[in-house]
Design a protein around this ligand. Structure first.
Ligand code: NAD
Length: 705
């Protein structure tokens, strides 16, 4: 029936003889044998929108393989019955809170047995892949003899993002099947391959459309679908020890450019595994199991798994699908231009208004570049481009569901604009402000309907920064808050609800860190030594370079603002820094700030420094962040500790493998953090005084112990 339907309507999914409506609901694998004696297995895990690999699913597959032994089919098809895709990977819930490598190893051995069994059956097998085929899903597909990718299938090994490498045969099946350097690159970067590139690599045998699936399966059954042979010269060179050693060293130095071994051991473990055992399937299997089990119980993997769930939690904060179809942005400067472009890229109509035509025009070229780069498809980029509408006369206002104001940071200007917006917008529309520092209570003062006003605070650059703070105030309605949260998720950003308070979360937590770096510079500590210490802790970039990126003028203005409005001591910037701002040496944007920048925008660094950093350097930089986070939690700037950690990771890049600032504080020991702050306060002054927020965290930790 599936075949008949697909002949009529190529959009429907080919399910061979399986009638999904009639299939037993309690089974994950829906089965049927067609007239040509081909067995179809369709995975449809109950109660889930996507398929995953877990123990129960593999046990059921194992039982089916046993049954098939008695009555072998001419061929076996494995595909997913979910529209969403093939299999997204292992059920990551299984990986949480594991501490015993031996237990992981035992579970892996059971899983390997089933997948190895699939790889060894006597009849041809084919995985028909649509949508996401990732991690464990790709490993099951690789255990099949053939792979057919359908439509926009995506194949990849994302394990490295969780501090792992493939653990269900992926390390040896991929390196055996295709050019091993390509396979290793996939596993080391976690990047996905489209159906077409997978075909080019030989990872799939055919990339086709849904309407050809039945014919492809028939070809497999007849033994007529052949894989591209992959025994090139390069593969031969790499099958020898010295060739692999050479390639491994190159991979290692590439990884070293991005990730430190002590922070992220997985890619290094993977390279070691392939270097020592590549080409020897049994040794690779054994090494893969052991290495995966060891990695899974490391703090790094457990923290990165936590980060995965933090992301899910933040996505889940939006209560519903967004019904915002049209965004009108007022102010086409640094932020407004990108906000409009990013909204258009995400499928919304976006009108972009400004007082002047010039900023609108200036925003368009980078918008196109961003769309081309991030959508990687000229048709999609053109569609997105069509949705972005320059609107110097502000005609878009009356039709917009959401109006985002991104004009300069001046209270009176913003308030004046809101009066006009309220006049012209349609009933029920929302006004959002991108303000970084003006209290929303002040901004909303003259609004007719303040319940429809909210802060949507983006970070620069919008296309790279995943976090968006959704700022609440005393008159905000729940409905507007949820609409804002849903809008943020619908543009593929992560929302963190925050209270309207000075600096919200991210700017408030970053400021003492940046200023401490400035004080260290003032004391004569070299900028590169400071940046290195922060990177050594796990920050993606040091505070000196970050200050240059933010702009010295902006950084100092934020610090002044916070100093005026917060009851905690925030140090004054050294005079030479203020002079720099006066001179226009503002950072990367002017080619010179604390570093000088070459024409490609790269900071010019001196020779590697041998200077011994002060012993408390890392704590001086990092603990002020932690202290501010404890204060923000105590003051309910962010209500949920997980969301706070997530916001700091996705908004500032706070060392992801440490699981967030408060997670790090708990792992290090709240007592220890407070003692270290006390010591710093004694030596350097009150700015390090532990916040009262630690008391509760300390009690919780003691109670749990
Ligand atoms: P910007 O100066 O680059 O752009 C502001 C734009 O608003 C200019 O193009 C200007 O012509 C336009 N404008 C001025 N008056 C206007 C009016 N009456 N009607 C329409 N347009 C008008 O500013 P920006 O850096 O994009 O900042 C905008 C807002 O976003 C500010 O509230 C700022 O605090 C906030 N913000 C900035 C950053 C950042 O990194 N730049 C980050 C987060 C939030």
């Amino acid at each position: 029936m599936g075949r008949m339907l697909s002949a009529l309507s190529p959009r429907l999914m080919e399910t061979g003889p399986v009638d999904l409506k009639m299939a037993p609901a309690d089974k994950m694998w829906k089965r049927g044998r067609d007239a040509d004696n081909v067995e179809w297995l369709l995975l449809d895990m109950p109660g889930r929108s996507v398929n995953v690999v877990d123990e129960a699913m593999l046990t059921e597959l194992d039982a089916i393989l046993t049954e098939l032994e008695a009555n072998p089919p001419k061929a076996l098809v494995i595909r997913s019955a979910k529209k969403s895709g093939f299999i997204v990977g292992a059920d990551i819930n299984m990986f949480r809170n594991l501490t015993k490598a031996e237990e992981v190893e035992a579970a892996l051995r059971r899983a390997h047995k089933v997948v190895d069994r699939l790889a060894e059956v006597s009849y041809p097998t084919v995985a028909v892949i649509h949508g996401n085929c990732l991690g464990g899903g790709l490993e099951i597909a690789l255990a099949c003899e053939r792979r057919v990718a359908v439509g926009e299938a995506k194949l990849g090994f994302p394990e490295v993002m969780l501090g792992l490498h493939p653990g269900l045969g992926g390390t040896f099946r991929s390196t055996e099947l295709i050019d091993p350097t390509e396979a290793m690159t996939m596993m080391l970067t976690g990047r996905n391959k489209s159906a077409r590139s997978a075909k080019r690599l030989g990872l799939v045998d055919l990339a086709t459309e849904e309407r050809h699936v039945a014919a492809a399966v028939a070809a497999v059954a007849r033994g007529e679908l052949h894989s591209a042979a992959h025994e090139g010269l390069k593969d031969k060179a790499l099958s020898s020890g010295p060739g692999r050693r050479f390639a491994s060293n190159r991979m290692r130095s590439k990884v070293e450019e991005r990730l430190r071994k002590e922070h992220y051991p997985a890619p290094y473990a993977l390279i070691d595994l392939w270097e020592t055992s590549g080409g020897d399937v049994d040794n690779m299997r054994e090494g893969e199991i052991k290495s995966f089990a060891d990695l899974l119980v490391t703090d790094t993997a457990q923290s990165l798994i936590r980060v995965f769930f933090l992301r899910e939690k933040m996505k889940g904060l939006a209560p519903k699908k967004s019904d915002i179809g049209h965004v009108h942005v007022v102010g086409a400067g640094t932020m407004g231009g990108e906000i409009a472009a990013w909204s258009a890229r995400s499928g919304m109509r976006a009108t972009l208004a400004d007082l002047a035509i010039k900023p609108i025009a200036k925003a368009m070229k980078p918008a196109w570049k961003m769309m081309e780069k991030t959508l990687k498809d000229s048709v999609k980029a053109r569609d997105a481009w069509d949705r972005l509408i320059p609107d110097p006369n502000g005609y878009g206002l009356k039709g917009a569901d959401l109006v985002i104001e991104a004009v300069p940071e001046k209270l009176d200007l913003k308030k004046k604009i809101y009066a006009g917006l309220e006049e012209g917008m349609k009933p029920g529309a929302i006004i959002a402000t991108n303000t970084s520092s003006i209290p929303l209570e002040d901004l909303r003062a003259d609004l007719k309907d303040p319940s429809r006003f909210v802060g949507i605070h983006f970070f620069n650059p919008v296309s790279k920064m995943q976090l968006v703070e959704v700022v609440k105030h005393d008159r905000l309605s729940d409905e507007t808050l949820s609409a804002a949260m849903s809008y943020v998720t619908s543009i593929d950003r992560l929302p963190a609800p925050v209270k309207s308070s000075p600096g919200f979360l991210v700017n408030r937590a970053l400021t003492p860190y940046l200023l401490e770096a400035m004080l260290l510079l003032d004391e004569g500590v070299d900028k590169e030594v400071i940046d290195e210490a922060a990177k050594d802790f796990g920050m993606p970039m040091g505070p000196v370079e970050l200050m240059d990126n933010i702009g010295l003028d902006v950084g100092l203005a934020v610090a002044d603002e916070l100093r005026n409005r917060l009851p905690v001591p925030i140090p004054e910037a050294p005079q030479w820094l203020k002079d720099k701002v006066e001179k226009g040496e503002l950072g990367r944007k002017t080619g010179k700030g604390l570093y000088s920048y070459d024409k490609d925008g790269k900071p010019q660094r001196g020779k590697k420094h041998e200077a011994i950093p002060p012993a408390d350097l890392k704590d001086r930089l990092v603990l002020p962040i932690l202290n501010t986070c404890a204060a923000c939690l105590r003051e309910n700037v962010v209500e949920d500790e997980d969301v706070l950690d997530g916001a700091m990771i996705f908004g500032t890049g706070f060392a992801p493998f440490r699981g967030g600032p408060l997670h790090y504080a708990r792992a290090r020991g709240v007592d220890d953090v407070v003692a270290a702050l006390d010591k710093l306060a004694e030596k350097y002054g009150d700015r390090f005084k532990p916040d009262d927020g630690w008391t509760k965290l300390r009690q919780e930790q003691r109670a749990a112990a």
